[in-house]
Design a protein around this ligand. Structure first.
Ligand code: PLP
Length: 390
């Protein structure tokens, strides 16, 4: 059976070119970048080249890019350091954030006594930015706003520029978890006055265990991992040279092909929307995922029947797909994002499914998914009728 991969928001397969670049570092450029001899300096040169490429993409200066182990570490570092080193007393966030932001914010509340205010989303998953403005205008507390750019479950895009401008006008720090949008969209931080952002290479065909934090120089943020002076003393520890080079190669490929990849994926996404609507009666799409204003790599579907085993059943049919975020899969509780945007009836009688695409996804993959879903839907109908007649 040919296996089908439709879980690219969880992670993406490594590109061949990325593997080659990383293997070369592992075999040849194995020096410690902090060493002053030539082996070390060769490794250091590769890191600085990547840092410059990342900085050019974001229109920032290289010293504002700090390599980390992943998106989770970047988000942790930013939020924790804002509280510990910049005196943040209040965090305004939303219940739609990824667990690595949500749990970190909660920890800051429980362990540091930080006030946490949640902006509640409406049924489309949109946030009330007028409310944000009001909250910022009516308090003197040192505040961090932490709102993700592209939602990993429903794909909703935040108007990051507008939020950054609101925060700037109100002298407030702004962090955006940009893990899902980095390398998939143009991001110009010389025009978007965001203070902090995060990136994870495995979301765009780079390696796992490699990411970075964007830290605006003027913010004065400090690191939370202490030790050596690596990464301008903001993140101690010998750099993952191979991972950083892999991130750089993956970014280079993503940027070079961005418009081709985006138009291919948008075509596949539209095909999936039309075909699902035509072939599965009663299907709906969550948040803005089937509309403008959503990340093109994500489509969140609401199937008109209840089947908590859907992921397993599709996997048995050779199709890898998530119901929501990979970090929450296996959890018995429904996802917070779904709880926020679905009503009780929808929660009781339907099943969310997240299709996430890459440039490698084909229409045939979508056809196979829809065939499998139709079979599962019809089995579920038969099962329901049997239960009713028992
Ligand atoms: N933020 C978002 C929006 C994500 O989707 C993810 C990964 O699923 C992360 C953060 C965490 O990234 P990492 O897997 O690199 O820790």
């Amino acid at each position: 059976m040919d296996k089908i991969y439709l879980d690219n928001a969880a992670t993406t397969p490594l590109s061949e070119e990325v593997i080659d670049a990383m293997v070369s570092v592992m075999k040849v450029t194995y020096g410690n970048p902090s060493s002053t001899h030539s082996f070390g300096q060769e490794a250091k040169i590769l890191i600085e080249k990547t840092r410059r490429e990342v900085a050019d993409y974001l229109h920032v200066t290289p010293s504002e890019i700090i390599f980390t182990s992943c998106g989770t570490e970047s988000n942790n570092m930013i939020i924790k350091s804002c509280v510990d080193h910049l005196g943040v007393q209040r965090i305004i966030t939303s219940p739609l954030e990824h667990k690595c932001v949500a749990e970190t914010v909660l920890e800051m509340k429980n362990r540091r006594g930080v006030e946490v205010v949640y902006l509640r989303p409406d049924q489309k998953g949109d946030l009330d930015l007028a409310k944000l403005e009001e909250l910022l205008k009516n308090s003197d507390k040192k505040t961090l706003v932490s709102l993700m750019h592209a939602n990993n479950e429903i794909g909703n895009l935040l108007d990051i520029k507008k939020v950054a401008e609101i925060c700037k006008e109100n002298n407030t720090l702004f962090h955006s978890d940009t893990v899902q949008s980095m390398a998939h969209m143009d991001l110009d931080f010389s025009q978007i006055p965001v203070d902090f952002a995060s990136c994870s290479a495995h979301k765009f065909h780079g390696p796992k265990g490699s990411g970075f934090a964007f830290i605006r120089k003027s913010s004065g943020l400090k690191g939370i991992i202490t030790g050596g002076p690596q990464e301008r003393s903001l993140r101690a520890g010998t750099e993952n040279v191979c991972g950083i080079v892999g991130l750089g190669k993956a970014l280079e490929l993503s940027l070079k092909n961005m418009s081709d990849y985006a138009s291919h994926i948008k075509e596949i996404k539209n095909y999936a929307i039309e075909k699902l609507a035509a072939e599965i009666e009663g299907v709906k799409f969550n948040g803005r995922s089937a509309e403008e204003g959503s990340l093109y790599t994500v489509l969140s579907v609401l199937l008109p029947f209840k089947d908590p085993m859907i992921g397993l059943k599709l996997d048995m049919n050779g199709i890898a797909i998530s119901q929501g975020s990979a970090c929450s899969s296996g959890a018995s509780k429904p996802s917070m994002v779904m709880m926020m945007i679905l009503d009780e009836e929808e929660m009781d009688n339907s099943t969310p499914l997240r299709i996430s695409f890459s440039h490698l996804t084909t229409k045939k993959d979508i056809d196979a998914l829809i065939d499998a879903l139709k079979k599962i839907a019809s089995d579920s109908k038969i099962e329901k009728t049997n239960i009713e007649h028992r």
